[in-house]
Design a protein around this ligand. Structure first.
Ligand SMILES: N[C@H](CCC[C@H](N)C(=O)O)C(=O)O
Length: 277
């Protein structure tokens, strides 16, 4: 079966996007893995599936599959590409849309500047809402990882994030420690592992070892989680510029109970067709 796709990225976090509005598409985990494979498939960090909404108070539904084939709750860089995609494909002419995801409704908006601003919803910290086996909410939690004992902040943006502050991002053991945190037994659904270096109260550098994809050049929900974790610990003040290896995001957060706003680019790279086996 031939499937048309659009290759997109948000700061180098790249996606294969399918129009599930005009054609019904169902992907198995194995098909997702094959599409995401950078040698045997198209290659991407995540697959995004745009669908009609099942609700009349939102415009579209948005399904996200990691390169390992697992379906997940949220993707920030993907949300920016989502609104660019539905505009470019003539699926809507509204600059701001409401999108149903597995973890709630987000609101991406195309700005006149060409950037995209997304209301990513309210971050959550209660251990019950984060797959973290803890007995009470705290700003940080100790975690034994191999011979390391680290302090992590745990933030849900719909998807789970563990955020670690480091002094030097270039020498941080993101591959080894990130993989160990991602699959740590304290996170039954696994977790995205963010490594944050605070530069000023309004600037951080960030690398994220993503659940189901490994280290990516940028992680939108990871940038939200890191900024929120830093603001909660009085290291940061809103707005926060998050400098990732793929480029910069601006995160705004007015504090507990408020939504996180993320602003950044979304690019289309090419259109293609693949044989779905
Ligand atoms: N790996 C993430 C999903 C993609 C998130 C990321 N690409 C973003 O931009 O937020 C997870 O398993 O929760």
């Amino acid at each position: 079966m031939k499937l048309h796709f659009t290759k997109m990225h948000g700061l180098g976090n790249d996606f294969v996007v399918f129009d599930g509005v005009r054609q019904a598409i169902a992907l198995t985990p194995e098909q997702c893995r094959r599409i995401a494979d950078r040698h045997f498939g198209v290659g991407c960090d995540q697959i995004l599936l745009v669908e009609k909404s099942t609700r009349d108070d939102v415009d579209f539904r948005y399904r996200i599959f990691n390169a390992d084939g697992g379906e997940v709750e949220q993707c920030g860089n993907g949300a920016r590409c989502f609104v660019r995609f539905v505009h470019d494909k003539g699926l809507t002419d509204k600059p701001a849309i409401r999108v149903e995801t597995a973890s709630g409704v987000i609101e991406p908006r195309l700005l006149d500047s060409g950037l995209v601003k997304v209301n990513m919803g309210v971050p959550r910290f209660a251990p019950g809402e984060i797959p973290f086996v803890a007995n009470a909410e705290a700003l940080t939690y100790p975690l034994e990882v191999g011979q390391h004992r680290i302090e992590i902040a745990v933030v849900s943006m719909g998807n789970p994030h563990a955020v670690l502050r480091v002094n030097d991002l270039d020498s941080a053991p993101v591959d080894i420690l990130g993989a160990a945190i991602e699959s740590h037994r304290r996170f039954p659904q696994r977790v995205n592992a963010g490594f944050m270096q605070v530069l000023t109260p309004h600037d951080i550098r960030l690398r994220v070892y993503e659940r189901g994809a490994g280290e990516t050049l940028a992680c939108g929900t990871g940038a939200c989680a890191a900024a929120v974790a830093g603001i909660r610990q009085d290291w940061l003040q809103s707005p926060v510029s998050v400098h990732t290896r793929g480029g910069d995001l601006v995160i705004e957060w007015a504090g507990p109970g408020h939504a996180v706003l993320m602003t950044g680019p979304a690019e289309t790279v090419f259109e293609g067709e693949l044989e779905l086996t």
